[in-house]
Design a protein around this ligand. Structure first.
Ligand code: SF4
Length: 345
């Protein structure tokens, strides 16, 4: 598509959002941003990114960090395997004494797929590798008037080939081209609502604009509905301490802290039976509440009980949640626990 890249690059240079990871060519900092940005909005990442790099300014700091601190800094970002893979990869980089500087080597790092390897290779090392995320798929499908299903890996591969073909020459342009296409998708050729074609630097080259098909693109197969799981969650208070327990080492939210819970929606009598089976006796029921959390493939519908108990159960009884990474799936319950423990809400 002749003539596409110069206006897109010029538009990006004049209009790109001012984001911290765009001001560096340090592969470590670019890599951390790319991992955080997977499945997560830019606005949500900014604070985490700053705190993470304050705590771990260099790859060696991340490699030697205690896991509890790492997970605490990730608390609320979700997809915690990303944090664990970051640390595994950081150890590999530290032990090898150098940051991998080719697409193929980057791909070998845990948690780094084609997209992330290409994003780091281009932005940090000026290697022309197409990084194709959801934004780029949408922009490319519209620019080329492609009506194939973009969730099909073969179509994704075809689009990646197309982006590769339109990649500019010259190190400075290579470093920003992937970002420019993504930015175009994020702020102009947007996913929800009509694209802002009149503001688009690629309008004159856009087949979907010329043919009036942009509203129908991209074509994407409907996702399967999420599986619903019901749970009863307990915020238990015993002598000024709240109960937490660790989740299993594999599966959803592996190894993170959670409030004790059980499957199904239980009424107070059934909930009391569960507490007794754990060695606890309900003393005063304070509150019943409901919460919902969406994961990629699962939806949790939770009923919660906040209460004081007596007895002895094999939980981690803590006077504060400060040192424990409790995922945001339990945010409503964490707030209740903090209120009971006298911490900040
Ligand atoms: Fe998207 Fe419109 Fe630009 Fe085409 S002209 S790339 S549809 S914003």
């Amino acid at each position: 598509m002749d003539g596409l890249t110069p206006p897109v690059l010029a538009w990006y240079r004049a209009n790109a959002r001012d984001l911290p990871w765009r001001k560096t060519s340090d592969p470590y900092r670019i890599w951390v941003s790319e991992i955080m940005l997977q499945q997560t909005r830019v606005a949500a990442v900014l604070g985490y990114y700053a705190r993470f790099l304050d705590a771990f300014p260099a790859v060696g700091d991340l490699a030697s960090a205690p896991e509890d601190l790492l997970l605490k800094l990730w608390e609320g970002l979700g997809y915690y395997s990303r944090a664990r893979n970051l640390q595994k990869a950081a150890r590999i980089v530290r032990d090898s004494g150098r940051f991998p500087d080719s697409f193929a080597e980057l791909l070998k790092l845990p948690g780094v797929g084609e997209y992330t390897a290409a994003a780091i290779a281009s932005a940090a090392f000026g290697i022309p590798e197409a990084a194709v995320d959801g934004n780029v798929l949408r922009v490319a499908a519209r620019l080329t008037d492609c009506h194939d299903d973009i969730s099909d890996p073969a179509v994704k591969k075809k689009i990646r080939g197309w982006v590769q073909d339109v990649f500019p020459d010259g190190s400075a342009d290579i470093r920003i081209f992937n970002q420019a296409l993504m930015e175009l998708g994020a702020v102009v050729c947007v996913p929800n609502g009509p694209p802002k074609c009149l503001l688009c630097p690629a309008r004159e080259r856009c087949l979907a604009f010329a043919r009036g098909t942009f509203d129908a693109l991209p074509v994407k197969k409907a996702k399967k509905p999420r599986r619903v799981e019901e749970k009863t969650v307990f915020v238990l208070l015993l002598e000024g301490r709240a109960a937490l327990r660790k989740r299993p080492d594999s599966g959803l939210l592996a190894g993170l802290w959670e409030f004790p819970n059980t499957d199904g929606v239980l009424d107070e009598d059934a909930a009391a039976e569960v507490l007794r089976s754990w060695g606890l006796e309900p003393k005063s029921w304070r509150k019943r509440l409901a919460a919902k959390h969406l994961f990629t493939h699962v939806e949790w519908r939770m009923t919660g009980y906040v209460l004081e108990v007596s007895g002895n159960a094999d939980f981690f009884w803590t006077p504060s949640l400060d040192a424990c990474a409790v995922p945001s799936a339990f945010a409503k319950f964490s707030k209740e626990a903090l209120a009971l423990l006298g911490g900040a809400p």
